[in-house]
Design a protein around this ligand. Structure first.
Ligand code: ATP
Ligand code: MN
Length: 536
């Protein structure tokens, strides 16, 4: 290490951490080598590093806290995701973590979030393992040696120590694992969990606070790409709805995988990499992602075929949420820098397990607001065989767990932008067709891709539509390369009466969810939801 710890870490942190074995800004090659040497990972047959994140293979929203102090007390929208923790507990944990890390080897990296230079956020991550540091290399923007910023007041520090456990009785946490954001001190503490997604989504949450509040920028949980005519498209959606899959499109340049900001001039990516789901991955269905799984990529929680180092992507033995992270330039067709113009098309991706929603519908600006605030998708209750009732989830702005401000603050900005720029908004159901989960099947990816392509190429602009009798959105009657009979969902169900019942039930869920927003919403938006629920 060329630098002294003093030149890397904040003075405060240096006074706590007296580690002698600090690995700063290492190359991916070295991090991979060290992971192998420490027996913390192995290589698969395509050269990617394979690790296990242990107890946690997903985020733990119930253990994500924000320090409540004079800065955040009024500005943060405290709710089930934004859970307050007192400053004194942060201070206790900060000190305990530093003491814990004191004599351990540490992997430290300076990186950047936000691809638009004037908003660049310097981040210093302190990791307990080399592979978590590789994750940060892959996922954040990689600064040149000359533009590493270590002395900026805007710099955030993320300390991730999976081996450090909190004591809920003295430390103010719910259990041993935690993620705590301190907006005043610009520090994120992550302990007791090695799931790397906590690091990425922690920084995202910070940006969702700072960008709208300080810069008037709309921050969004969406992927983005741009076409041959430089037309930008963004894809909002909750986890597993297809943001990563559908934005990775050989015919369009990828701008970013998951997190973007929208300024007066266009959009920019927050990240420098992608974090793709691996379950059921095949080279045929998702060639871009498949090809990116090579030397430098980090595979998490996958399993191998017996006696081999070939990944069995169909296996959910460890988790359904197996993942791979890789730098964005592992994808062939990308926008450099990761920026795009004002979006011409917005897709709201929803994985509707009820089979009620059409595979594509176009939304009026009012409907767009309604569906954005609702943020609907469905969670499959379990993966056991047999019929399991899926659960509807409503997550405001398609990202409630990451939004420190009230959802209206984001929705209002989006609404103004859609109106100002005449942006087209589409609702895409990447979930079930032909019946609900258990009876129907998931819409083939090739059809979803064809519908998105048609929308992007203006092929749906002058096509006749049907208005959905309950949800009122416009469903195209035909679409190039898609069988017309699958466009109207009711047609795909054998039991039409059951469709109507299910649609009514879902509409009622929408209405019940929207109740909490009704009073703060313009009447035209509140009225854009499902209607005709009661028949005379
Ligand atoms: P996260 O926010 O957790 O990263 P995401 O929105 O990026 O989630 P993806 O990683 O794209 O979600 O996951 C979508 C999954 O659904 C993929 O495994 C994909 O193969 C599968 N899938 C199946 N059918 C479709 C479809 N019609 N459209 C999109 N994805 C589909
Ligand atoms: Mn994704």
């Amino acid at each position: 290490m060329a630098q002294s710890l003093k030149s890397i870490l904040t003075d405060d942190l240096v006074s706590f951490i007296r580690a002698t074995n600090v690995h700063y800004q290492l190359s991916p090659e070295t991090l991979i080598q060290q992971t192998l040497e420490h027996k913390q990972g192995v290589l698969n047959d395509t050269g990617a590093l394979v690790v296990s994140t242990g107890e946690f293979t997903g985020r733990s929203p119930k253990d994500r806290f924000m320090v409540i102090d004079s800065l955040t007390k009024e500005s943060i929208h405290w709710n089930q995701f934004n859970i307050p923790i007192e400053e004194k507990y942060f201070d206790i944990l900060y000190r305990k973590m530093c003491a814990y890390l004191q004599h351990k080897p540490l992997w430290i990296r300076d990186c950047i979030a936000c691809a638009q230079p004037e908003y660049a956020l310097p981040i210093c991550v302190v990791n307990e393992t080399p592979w978590a540091n590789l994750f940060c290399y892959n996922m954040f923007i990689r600064p040149d040696e000359k533009n590493i910023v270590t002395n900026s007041v805007s710099r955030w520090t993320v300390i991730q120590a999976p081996g450090f456990f909190a004591n809920p009785e003295t430390d103010g946490t719910r259990q041993h694992n935690f993620s705590i954001i301190n907006f005043s001190k610009k520090i994120i503490l992550i302990g007791g969990t090695a799931y790397t997604g906590e690091i990425k989504k922690g920084v995202f949450t910070v940006l969702n606070y700072q960008l709208p509040l300080h810069h008037g920028i709309l921050s969004m949980h969406c992927s983005a790409n741009t076409g041959a005519d430089d037309d930008t498209a963004i894809f909002f959606g909750l986890s597993g709805t297809g943001k990563t899959t559908l934005s990775t499109d050989a015919e369009r340049k990828l701008i970013g995988d998951d997190e973007h900001g929208w300024t007066n001039d266009g959009i920019f990516n927050f990240e420098g990499g992608c974090y793709a789901k691996c379950i059921d991955l095949t080279a045929e269905k998702e060639p871009g992602i498949f090809k990116a799984i090579k030397k430098g990529a980090l595979l998490e929680n996958v399993s191998f075929f017996q006696d081999s180092n070939r990944v069995d992507y169909a296996s959910s033995r460890v988790t359904e949420n197996s993942r791979v992270s890789y730098p964005i330039d592992f994808i062939d067709n990308i926008a450099v820098p990761s920026q795009g113009g004002i979006p011409e098309n917005i897709f709201f991706l929803t994985c509707d397990a009820t089979g009620v929603f059409p595979p594509i519908a176009s939304l009026t600006p009012q409907q767009a607001m309604y569906y954005f605030i609702s943020g609907y998708t469905a969670k499959i209750a379990g993966t056991e065989a047999g019929i399991v009732e899926p659960q509807s989830t409503f997550s405001a702005c398609f990202g409630a767990p990451f939004l420190p401000l009230h959802p209206f603050q984001y929705a209002k900005m989006l609404g103004e932008k859609i109106k100002k720029h005449d942006t087209k908004v589409w609702l895409i159901n990447t979930g079930w067709t032909g019946g609900p989960y258990g009876i129907g099947k998931r819409i083939p990816l090739t059809f979803t891709r064809a519908m998105i392509k048609a929308a992007l190429n203006g092929k749906l602009d002058h096509i006749e539509t049907d208005k959905h009798p309950l949800f009122n959105f416009a469903i195209p009657k035909t679409c190039p390369d898609v069988p017309a009979e699958i466009l109207n969902p009711k047609n795909t169900w054998d039991d039409k009466t059951r469709y109507d019942q299910k649609a009514k039930y879902l509409a009622a869920e929408f209405n019940a969810n929207f109740e909490k927003y009704r009073s703060g919403t313009a009447a035209e938006v509140a009225d854009a939801g499902p209607k005709n629920l009661t028949t005379d």
